[in-house]
Design a protein around this ligand. Structure first.
Ligand code: ADP
Ligand code: MG
Length: 264
Protein backbone atom coordinates (compact mmCIF):
# COMPACT_ATOMS: atom_id res chain seq x y z
CA UNK A 1 0.00 0.00 0.00
CA UNK A 2 2.74 2.47 0.86
CA UNK A 3 5.14 1.86 -2.01
CA UNK A 4 4.81 5.36 -3.38
CA UNK A 5 4.95 8.53 -1.38
CA UNK A 6 2.06 9.95 -3.39
CA UNK A 7 -0.26 7.00 -2.85
CA UNK A 8 -2.27 8.48 -0.03
CA UNK A 9 -2.55 12.18 -0.38
CA UNK A 10 -0.24 13.49 -3.11
CA UNK A 11 -0.98 16.67 -5.01
CA UNK A 12 -1.01 14.60 -8.14
CA UNK A 13 -4.43 14.50 -9.67
CA UNK A 14 -4.12 13.06 -13.18
CA UNK A 15 -6.61 13.93 -15.85
CA UNK A 16 -5.57 12.00 -18.87
CA UNK A 17 -5.06 8.27 -18.60
CA UNK A 18 -3.00 8.09 -21.81
CA UNK A 19 -0.53 10.73 -20.73
CA UNK A 20 0.06 9.25 -17.32
CA UNK A 21 0.47 5.65 -18.34
CA UNK A 22 2.84 4.84 -15.46
CA UNK A 23 0.20 6.03 -13.04
CA UNK A 24 -2.56 3.93 -14.61
CA UNK A 25 -2.68 1.49 -11.78
CA UNK A 26 -2.68 4.28 -9.23
CA UNK A 27 -5.27 6.35 -10.96
CA UNK A 28 -8.36 4.96 -9.24
CA UNK A 29 -9.24 7.96 -7.19
CA UNK A 30 -11.57 10.82 -6.54
CA UNK A 31 -10.02 14.29 -6.64
CA UNK A 32 -10.86 17.87 -5.94
CA UNK A 33 -8.69 20.20 -7.93
CA UNK A 34 -8.53 23.86 -6.94
CA UNK A 35 -12.13 23.73 -5.84
CA UNK A 36 -13.77 26.93 -4.67
CA UNK A 37 -17.35 27.60 -3.66
CA UNK A 38 -19.03 30.96 -3.20
CA UNK A 39 -22.61 31.75 -2.42
CA UNK A 40 -24.32 35.15 -2.29
CA UNK A 41 -20.95 36.86 -2.60
CA UNK A 42 -19.49 34.90 0.30
CA UNK A 43 -16.54 32.58 -0.20
CA UNK A 44 -17.20 29.30 1.59
CA UNK A 45 -14.33 27.23 0.09
CA UNK A 46 -11.14 28.28 -1.62
CA UNK A 47 -8.44 26.37 -3.53
CA UNK A 48 -9.24 22.96 -2.10
CA UNK A 49 -7.03 20.18 -3.47
CA UNK A 50 -7.76 16.73 -2.17
CA UNK A 51 -7.09 13.21 -3.39
CA UNK A 52 -8.96 10.11 -2.25
CA UNK A 53 -7.32 6.94 -3.48
CA UNK A 54 -9.11 3.66 -3.87
CA UNK A 55 -9.15 1.42 -0.82
CA UNK A 56 -7.81 4.05 1.62
CA UNK A 57 -9.62 5.84 4.41
CA UNK A 58 -9.55 9.59 4.88
CA UNK A 59 -10.90 12.07 7.38
CA UNK A 60 -11.84 15.62 6.74
CA UNK A 61 -11.33 17.25 10.12
CA UNK A 62 -12.28 20.77 11.08
CA UNK A 63 -14.35 22.90 13.43
CA UNK A 64 -18.02 23.71 12.85
CA UNK A 65 -18.54 25.98 9.89
CA UNK A 66 -15.17 25.05 8.32
CA UNK A 67 -16.81 23.95 5.07
CA UNK A 68 -16.68 20.18 5.55
CA UNK A 69 -20.28 19.46 4.60
CA UNK A 70 -19.93 21.75 1.59
CA UNK A 71 -16.96 19.66 0.44
CA UNK A 72 -19.02 16.49 0.94
CA UNK A 73 -21.90 17.91 -1.11
CA UNK A 74 -19.50 18.86 -3.89
CA UNK A 75 -18.01 15.35 -3.90
CA UNK A 76 -21.51 13.89 -4.02
CA UNK A 77 -22.68 16.19 -6.83
CA UNK A 78 -25.31 17.96 -4.76
CA UNK A 79 -23.45 21.23 -5.23
CA UNK A 80 -21.43 22.34 -8.24
CA UNK A 81 -18.24 24.15 -7.27
CA UNK A 82 -17.97 27.71 -8.51
CA UNK A 83 -14.28 27.11 -9.25
CA UNK A 84 -12.14 24.09 -9.99
CA UNK A 85 -12.95 20.52 -10.86
CA UNK A 86 -14.00 17.19 -9.45
CA UNK A 87 -12.28 14.23 -11.09
CA UNK A 88 -13.11 10.54 -10.81
CA UNK A 89 -10.54 8.10 -12.16
CA UNK A 90 -8.98 10.92 -14.13
CA UNK A 91 -12.24 12.01 -15.76
CA UNK A 92 -14.06 15.19 -14.99
CA UNK A 93 -17.39 14.73 -13.18
CA UNK A 94 -17.79 18.32 -11.95
CA UNK A 95 -21.15 18.89 -13.62
CA UNK A 96 -22.68 15.50 -12.78
CA UNK A 97 -25.48 15.36 -10.21
CA UNK A 98 -26.15 12.99 -7.34
CA UNK A 99 -27.83 10.26 -9.42
CA UNK A 100 -24.94 10.08 -11.89
CA UNK A 101 -22.36 10.02 -9.12
CA UNK A 102 -24.27 7.30 -7.27
CA UNK A 103 -24.23 5.30 -10.49
CA UNK A 104 -20.46 5.72 -10.56
CA UNK A 105 -20.09 4.34 -7.07
CA UNK A 106 -20.13 7.40 -4.81
CA UNK A 107 -22.54 7.27 -1.86
CA UNK A 108 -23.07 9.31 1.23
CA UNK A 109 -24.71 9.46 4.62
CA UNK A 110 -25.77 12.98 5.42
CA UNK A 111 -25.13 14.92 8.60
CA UNK A 112 -28.89 14.94 9.23
CA UNK A 113 -30.16 11.37 9.30
CA UNK A 114 -32.62 10.18 6.66
CA UNK A 115 -36.21 11.21 6.91
CA UNK A 116 -37.68 8.20 5.14
CA UNK A 117 -40.91 7.34 6.80
CA UNK A 118 -43.41 4.55 6.57
CA UNK A 119 -41.15 1.78 5.33
CA UNK A 120 -39.60 -0.98 7.35
CA UNK A 121 -35.88 -1.11 8.08
CA UNK A 122 -35.58 -4.27 5.99
CA UNK A 123 -37.14 -2.56 2.95
CA UNK A 124 -34.95 0.47 3.39
CA UNK A 125 -31.81 -1.64 3.57
CA UNK A 126 -32.66 -3.65 0.47
CA UNK A 127 -33.84 -0.56 -1.45
CA UNK A 128 -37.33 -1.99 -1.50
CA UNK A 129 -36.08 -5.40 -2.64
CA UNK A 130 -33.84 -4.07 -5.43
CA UNK A 131 -30.71 -5.23 -3.67
CA UNK A 132 -30.62 -8.98 -3.61
CA UNK A 133 -29.59 -9.47 -0.02
CA UNK A 134 -30.34 -12.36 2.25
CA UNK A 135 -31.68 -12.06 5.79
CA UNK A 136 -28.33 -13.24 7.13
CA UNK A 137 -26.61 -10.25 5.53
CA UNK A 138 -29.18 -7.89 7.01
CA UNK A 139 -28.57 -9.46 10.40
CA UNK A 140 -24.82 -9.19 9.93
CA UNK A 141 -24.76 -5.45 9.14
CA UNK A 142 -27.37 -4.53 11.74
CA UNK A 143 -25.36 -6.29 14.42
CA UNK A 144 -22.15 -4.74 13.18
CA UNK A 145 -23.58 -1.27 13.66
CA UNK A 146 -24.99 -2.22 17.06
CA UNK A 147 -28.69 -2.84 16.43
CA UNK A 148 -30.34 -6.16 17.16
CA UNK A 149 -31.78 -7.87 14.10
CA UNK A 150 -34.80 -9.19 15.96
CA UNK A 151 -35.74 -5.80 17.26
CA UNK A 152 -35.01 -3.62 14.25
CA UNK A 153 -35.31 -5.46 10.91
CA UNK A 154 -39.09 -5.42 10.88
CA UNK A 155 -39.52 -2.04 12.51
CA UNK A 156 -40.99 0.93 10.73
CA UNK A 157 -38.74 3.90 10.14
CA UNK A 158 -40.75 6.55 11.91
CA UNK A 159 -40.59 9.02 14.76
CA UNK A 160 -40.17 6.24 17.28
CA UNK A 161 -36.56 5.83 16.12
CA UNK A 162 -34.00 8.14 17.67
CA UNK A 163 -31.59 10.20 15.57
CA UNK A 164 -28.81 7.83 16.58
CA UNK A 165 -30.80 4.77 15.51
CA UNK A 166 -31.56 6.34 12.13
CA UNK A 167 -27.92 7.16 11.72
CA UNK A 168 -26.93 3.58 12.42
CA UNK A 169 -29.52 2.31 9.94
CA UNK A 170 -28.14 4.64 7.28
CA UNK A 171 -24.65 3.37 7.94
CA UNK A 172 -25.89 -0.22 7.63
CA UNK A 173 -27.46 0.68 4.30
CA UNK A 174 -24.15 2.03 3.02
CA UNK A 175 -22.38 -1.16 4.09
CA UNK A 176 -24.84 -3.21 2.07
CA UNK A 177 -24.53 -0.94 -0.95
CA UNK A 178 -20.77 -1.47 -1.04
CA UNK A 179 -20.04 1.72 -2.94
CA UNK A 180 -16.58 2.53 -4.28
CA UNK A 181 -16.59 5.72 -2.20
CA UNK A 182 -18.48 6.15 1.04
CA UNK A 183 -18.77 9.70 2.31
CA UNK A 184 -19.82 9.81 5.96
CA UNK A 185 -20.76 13.26 7.17
CA UNK A 186 -20.32 13.36 10.96
CA UNK A 187 -21.25 9.69 11.46
CA UNK A 188 -20.36 10.02 15.13
CA UNK A 189 -22.78 12.84 15.88
CA UNK A 190 -25.92 11.73 17.68
CA UNK A 191 -24.27 8.47 18.67
CA UNK A 192 -23.23 7.72 22.22
CA UNK A 193 -19.82 7.05 23.68
CA UNK A 194 -19.49 3.83 21.69
CA UNK A 195 -19.14 5.90 18.51
CA UNK A 196 -15.37 5.41 18.36
CA UNK A 197 -15.71 1.66 18.51
CA UNK A 198 -18.41 1.69 15.87
CA UNK A 199 -16.30 3.83 13.53
CA UNK A 200 -13.44 1.35 13.89
CA UNK A 201 -15.74 -1.51 12.95
CA UNK A 202 -17.09 0.43 9.97
CA UNK A 203 -13.61 1.27 8.72
CA UNK A 204 -12.54 -2.35 9.03
CA UNK A 205 -15.58 -3.55 7.08
CA UNK A 206 -15.22 -0.92 4.36
CA UNK A 207 -11.55 -1.83 4.04
CA UNK A 208 -12.56 -5.44 3.45
CA UNK A 209 -14.94 -4.50 0.65
CA UNK A 210 -12.37 -2.14 -0.91
CA UNK A 211 -14.51 0.94 -0.30
CA UNK A 212 -12.70 4.26 0.04
CA UNK A 213 -13.99 6.06 3.12
CA UNK A 214 -14.22 9.83 3.40
CA UNK A 215 -15.13 10.47 7.01
CA UNK A 216 -16.12 13.96 8.04
CA UNK A 217 -15.79 14.89 11.67
CA UNK A 218 -14.90 17.60 14.14
CA UNK A 219 -13.58 15.07 16.66
CA UNK A 220 -9.88 14.43 16.40
CA UNK A 221 -10.13 11.07 18.18
CA UNK A 222 -12.39 9.91 15.34
CA UNK A 223 -10.16 11.41 12.63
CA UNK A 224 -7.22 9.51 14.08
CA UNK A 225 -8.76 6.21 13.04
CA UNK A 226 -8.41 6.73 9.27
CA UNK A 227 -5.22 6.33 7.20
CA UNK A 228 -4.99 9.95 6.07
CA UNK A 229 -6.54 13.24 7.06
CA UNK A 230 -7.21 16.70 5.76
CA UNK A 231 -7.58 19.53 8.26
CA UNK A 232 -9.94 22.19 6.94
CA UNK A 233 -10.53 25.55 8.53
CA UNK A 234 -12.44 28.62 7.35
CA UNK A 235 -12.91 27.07 3.92
CA UNK A 236 -9.26 26.26 3.35
CA UNK A 237 -7.09 23.21 3.54
CA UNK A 238 -4.66 23.77 6.40
CA UNK A 239 -2.83 20.47 6.59
CA UNK A 240 -2.85 17.04 5.03
CA UNK A 241 -0.96 13.85 5.75
CA UNK A 242 -1.09 10.71 7.81
CA UNK A 243 -3.94 11.05 10.27
CA UNK A 244 -1.64 10.91 13.29
CA UNK A 245 0.40 13.86 12.02
CA UNK A 246 -2.63 15.92 11.09
CA UNK A 247 -4.33 15.21 14.41
CA UNK A 248 -1.15 16.15 16.32
CA UNK A 249 -1.08 19.44 14.47
CA UNK A 250 -4.80 19.96 15.10
CA UNK A 251 -4.27 19.39 18.82
CA UNK A 252 -1.30 21.75 18.95
CA UNK A 253 -3.29 24.49 17.29
CA UNK A 254 -6.47 23.61 19.21
CA UNK A 255 -8.22 23.41 15.84
CA UNK A 256 -7.80 27.13 15.30
CA UNK A 257 -7.17 28.63 11.87
CA UNK A 258 -3.80 30.17 12.65
CA UNK A 259 -3.09 30.88 9.00
CA UNK A 260 -6.16 33.02 8.41
CA UNK A 261 -4.92 36.21 10.03
CA UNK A 262 -2.78 38.20 7.65
CA UNK A 263 -2.84 35.58 4.91
CA UNK A 264 -4.04 36.54 1.45
P1 ADP B 1 -19.16 22.35 8.37
O1 ADP B 1 -19.81 21.15 7.78
O2 ADP B 1 -17.67 22.26 8.40
O3 ADP B 1 -19.71 22.68 9.73
P2 ADP B 1 -20.51 23.78 6.24
O4 ADP B 1 -19.92 23.27 4.98
O5 ADP B 1 -21.85 23.27 6.62
O6 ADP B 1 -19.47 23.60 7.44
O7 ADP B 1 -20.61 25.36 6.15
C1 ADP B 1 -19.51 26.18 5.83
C2 ADP B 1 -19.95 27.62 5.80
O8 ADP B 1 -20.84 27.82 4.74
C3 ADP B 1 -20.68 28.04 7.07
O9 ADP B 1 -20.27 29.32 7.41
C4 ADP B 1 -22.14 28.02 6.66
O10 ADP B 1 -22.86 28.97 7.38
C5 ADP B 1 -22.08 28.34 5.18
N1 ADP B 1 -23.15 27.68 4.41
C6 ADP B 1 -23.39 26.37 4.35
N2 ADP B 1 -24.44 26.11 3.56
C7 ADP B 1 -24.87 27.31 3.10
C8 ADP B 1 -25.95 27.74 2.25
N3 ADP B 1 -26.77 26.87 1.68
N4 ADP B 1 -26.09 29.06 2.04
C9 ADP B 1 -25.24 29.95 2.59
N5 ADP B 1 -24.23 29.61 3.40
C10 ADP B 1 -24.04 28.32 3.66
MG1 MG C 1 -21.18 19.83 8.52
Amino acid sequence: MFLFPTVGFGQFCPENLKTYSYENFLIKMLCLRNVGYSKDGRTILRSINMTFREGMSYSILGPNGAGKSTIARILMGELTPTEGQVLLDGKEVTGLGVTERTRRGISMTWQEPARYEGIRVREYLTLGGKLKIGEDEIRDVLELIGLSYEFYAGRFIDKSLSGGERKRIELASLLLLRPRYAILDEPDSGLDITAGELIEKLLARFRKTGTTVILITHHEEIAEKTDFAYFVCAGRLVKKGFSREVVDYYRKTCGRCLFVEGSP
